[in-house]
Design a protein around this ligand. Sequence first.
Ligand SMILES: [Zn+2]
Length: 226
Amino acid sequence: MELVKVPKERIGDVVYQMLRQSILDGTFRPGERLRVRQLAAKLDVSATPVKDAINRLAQEGLVSVNARSGTFVSQLSVDDLAEVLEVRCALESLAANTAAVRATTEDIQDLREIVAKMDQPIENDHDRISHEDINLSFHRRLVELSGNHKLIDLYNSLNVYITMARIHYSSHAWRGRLEQEARAHHLILYALERRDGPALVKVLRSHIEGAAHALVDDIRRNRVLV
Ligand SMILES: [Zn+2]
């Protein structure tokens, strides 16, 4: 994303959102150094909102702040990512059990619309990033249907890592997996429509495990990460 001057209202939030988006869309690369003064000048704001934004991003795990060497965009190791994906799978399966019982007709209709959006063709990198966003929101909605707030918070705290990994590190192999992914999303929806908890958990688990293995394999093969 292009960094532009910030309007005077809501400066703190706007700076935070811009920097966050720049990390997620790859404008700032993993391991890249972020300099407060430089960013503040570019955004035409004082150092304070930039420092505040960096603190928020550090809490989310998107940047790491070192008192001596400075502030850097976080880097994930393959092992970190594999661990995150394993936990994500467990949390999502746990949520699915309750989701199948609690989901209303409207909830299911919302998910149906999200799945329809994901069925749209992907032409370029921009489409791909927005596809990833929609994909994450589909899974997030499923987890939210559990109504368990602790579970939802834990789940959300893992998602930034997954977004970063998918956007920065996955190779062209992802395209070949799109069809399989779409099939899984339709099966998830179908299980939910039938209120079939065990079937939902089963299809969700195999979908997430499959996607996780593929992503980790991609990264190992391309040796992008340490
Ligand atoms: Zn999915």
